[in-house]
Write a protein that binds this ligand. Structure first.
Ligand SMILES: *Cc1c(COP(=O)(O)O)cnc(C)c1O
Length: 725
């Protein structure tokens, strides 16, 4: 029992420390911190996108002070704050040991999107998620690292499906006060304001800092009264507007980003361009060098020595191209500071510098001004070397200087709360030798343990975790996801008004083999492929003894009508076909929905047109939850699959003809489903446990989970590209 109430100064200090904690996304991958904010306001936590800043504001400082008078609650708070502060001040990190030079001269990582948390929806898809996970792992590893992106105050669109099953888009204004953002201030305590030359204007911008554990990510924002309205709106939406909006956003990101770093006194040793959107940073680096007296050619060489580039897609439309007229217009003022003809600048973005008809390509600019470049999986590296061979006509295709580093995910960030607890408990309390050995190696550093190959190797050991425990976990996760899906469908139903009577509490079956498909509805991802075998799928799904169900989610680009038709078609089937009740579409796919689905489904389906899925990352989020991949051998899965740890659709090749590929893949998909997936899932022993299926889950945990993390990926970037030159 407490002797004296917490008073004045002590209480103030605790409140200030909690507010600081809320403005650091570290809590988004720390279970105890999340439990704390959830306990503070369970409803707020659920309704405010699991956002610690918003929860603290909602409960008011008065309530927080009262709650802290409770011994247990205060103790919980102090424990978390100690962990958090110890994390921030740790000096014995992987980065200190392996890349000490970066602590003074960090990596500057430029990305048009950062997918960091559901409360800050400024990412359109996998590219942004990867950037966010890269930053989180850089933090965990203690790497010298700074992120640069844009603050889109309306973010990426929210998806609402209308009564015609047609996707509509709306935007929520993000209030910087209410999300984990801090204004970047100048010495006078006022927001720092900088300028970038865009067309004939000096556009003013400010910046917001997202604290991602130990590393900052700065987001640039042009919404200042000094700017004309169309410049204020430059950072309104992720990839909003037309080509001219796009080029201006990219000038702001590249040129503005370098200027912000200079102003903050950050002297990066490496500029990492995450996708071509960021490549205008090279022009600013060249401008700086020429202003300091270098000639154009030396300035290019020196810039090249500073830059590296990651390309993310073989899809043609994913590579920004701008016409000569647009380039000339957008750079007119900037260009006055460079004493070179504009043609020479255009040449930097052309495969054939002399071809005046060729548009300016951001990928070409990035490749020409980097000393190293990579794709994001082995196959994608190969495809990229072919794709850009023309740029290097004097070398054979296998010598084209584009390598690969396969993508990953930030494991702790993607792990669902109960699963974090499940594994942590085993590490802490496991009585067998395996757990003890792991404890000895990693001590209390649970984050390091959970990323280690040693930890996941224990999954073959039934004493570490039994089949029964794994199967119970699977039930729990499937059940939780079904509740999540029912809730979303109910909300949608309430919005659309009375239509058919749907019994939401009976929708979906917690015993059924649950197949998930959630990704952007880009047409190459072929969301409806499985329904090409419609009659067969209906028979499979409605089998009384071996029921299957499908959960779909995903957004189509606002201007992609074909993608929207895919959504419409799937929702139509879910309501008006024999699959009704066995198929649902969940609205507004986001980070939260991704976590729910990648943990709750039994099978994660991916059927892109090969080789267009450069890597894919959603399938990597499933392994630690015991969900298995069923995928085309494209992107990361081509490297991950080993015949024992999931399922493959087809083999390691594909026909060039698209129609033929679609036909073949749909037949192979059905074949794998009926010959392997369904029989194995329903092959139960006397206790009702599918031993062979669980064996696959164990194999997936051993062979995939620690390999496909951003922990491994960022270490690879460090060794290959961030090391001292
Ligand atoms: C992981 C993730 C993605 C990337 O998924 P792919 O496998 O590349 O399709 C896209 N969007 C969200 C919200 C995600 O969480």
């Amino acid at each position: 029992m407490r002797k004296e109430p917490l008073a004045g100064a002590e209480l103030n200090e605790l409140v200030v420390r909690l507010q600081k904690l809320s403005r650091n996304l570290w809590w988004s991958w720390d279970q105890e911190a999340q439990d704390f904010f959830q306990e503070l306001s369970p409803r707020g936590w659920q309704n405010l996108f699991h956002n610690a800043v918003a929860v603290l504001r909602e409960v008011s400082e008065y309530e927080l002070r009262m709650r802290l008078q409770d011994d247990d609650f205060e103790c919980h708070a102090r424990g978390i704050l100690e962990n958090f502060e110890a994390y921030l001040s740790e000096k014995n990190t992987w980065g200190h040991k392996n890349a000490p030079h970066l602590l003074k001269h960090p990596v500057a990582y430029f990305s048009a999107e950062f997918g960091l948390h559901e409360s800050l929806p400024i990412s359109a898809g996998g590219l942004g998620i990867l950037a966010g996970d890269h930053a989180k792992s850089a933090s965990d590893l203690g790497l010298g690292f700074v992120g640069i992106g844009l603050f889109y105050r309306e973010g990426y669109f929210q998806q609402a499906v209308d009564n015609n099953n047609w996707q509509t888009e709306f935007y929520n204004l993000i209030d910087p006060q209410n999300v984990p953002l801090e204004p970047v201030l100048g010495p006078d305590g006022q927001p720092l304001v900088l300028q970038a030359e865009i067309d004939m204007n000096r556009v003013q911008f400010r910046a917001w800092r997202v604290n991602v554990g130990r590393v900052p990510v700065y987001l640039l924002d042009t919404n200042l009264p000094e700017n004309a309205q169309h410049f204020r709106d430059l950072t309104a939406r992720v990839y909003g507007g037309d080509r001219s909006m796009r080029i201006m956003q990219e000038i702001l990101l590249g040129v503005g980003g370098v200027r912000l770093l200079r102003k903050l006194g950050v002297e990066p040793s490496v500029f990492h361009m995450n996708e071509g959107h960021a490549a205008f940073l090279t022009l600013e680096l060249i401008r700086e060098k020429m202003a300091a007296g270098q000639n154009f050619s030396d300035a290019q060489a020196a810039t090249r020595a500073q830059c590296i580039f990651t390309t993310h897609t073989p899809v043609e439309a994913g590579h920004d191209r701008f016409t000569l007229e647009l380039m000339d217009y957008a750079f007119q003022l900037f260009h006055t500071q460079l004493t070179v003809p504009f043609d020479d600048i255009m040449a930097l973005g052309r495969v054939n510098p002399k071809d005046a008809q060729e548009s300016f390509c951001m990928t070409v600019l990035a490749l020409k001004l980097s000393h190293a470049a990579n794709g994001v999986s082995e196959l994608h590296g190969d495809v990229s070397r072919h794709m850009w061979h023309d740029l290097y006509p004097n070398v054979p295709v296998e010598k084209v200087p584009i390598s690969h580093i396969t993508n990953g995910i930030h494991l702790l960030g993607w792990m669902k709360g109960p699963v974090r607890q499940f594994w942590r408990k085993r590490l802490k309390e496991g009585k067998d030798n395996a757990a003890a050995a792991c404890r000895e190696k990693f001590g209390s550093d649970w984050a390091a343990a959970v990323n280690s190959i040693e930890f996941w190797e224990k999954m073959t050991d039934p004493d570490f975790v039994s089949d029964e425990e794994l199967w119970a976990l699977r039930y729990r996760l499937r059940r939780e996801m079904i509740e999540f899906v029912r809730r979303r469908l109910l909300l949608q139903h309430q919005r659309l008004g009375p239509g058919d009577f749907i019994r939401f509490d009976h929708l979906l079956n917690p015993d059924a083999l649950t197949i998930g498909f959630a990704r952007r509805f880009a047409t190459y991802k072929r969301a409806p492929l499985i329904f090409q075998q419609f009659d067969n799928i209906v028979k499979l799904a409605r089998d009384k003894k071996r029921p299957i169900q499908f959960i779909f989610a995903g957004k189509a680009h606002p201007r992609d009508d074909e993608g929207k038709r895919f959504i419409q078609q799937i929702i139509h089937l879910s309501k008006h076909s024999e699959l009704a009740g066995y198929l649902v579409f969940v609205e507004n796919y986001d980070v939260h929905a991704a976590r729910q689905m990648a943990s709750g489904c039994d099978v994660w389906l991916n059927n892109p047109r090969r080789p267009l899925e450069a890597s894919g990352t959603s399938g990597m989020k499933t392994g630690c939850h015991g969900c298995l991949n069923l995928s085309i051998l494209d992107g990361w899965w081509r490297e991950g699959y080993d015949k024992t740890n999931g399922f493959a659709i087809g083999g390691d090749s594909h026909p060039d003809n698209i129609e033929e590929q679609d036909r073949l893949d749909s037949a192979n998909l059905y074949q794998t489903l009926t010959k392997q997936v369904v029989p194995m899932f329903f092959d139960r022993d006397g206790q009702g446990i599918p031993r062979q299926w669980i064996q696959r889950i164990r194999r997936a945990m051993v062979t995939l989970v620690p390999q496909f993390t951003t922990d491994r990926m960022v270490k690879e970037y460090t060794h290959k590209y961030y090391s001292e030159r």
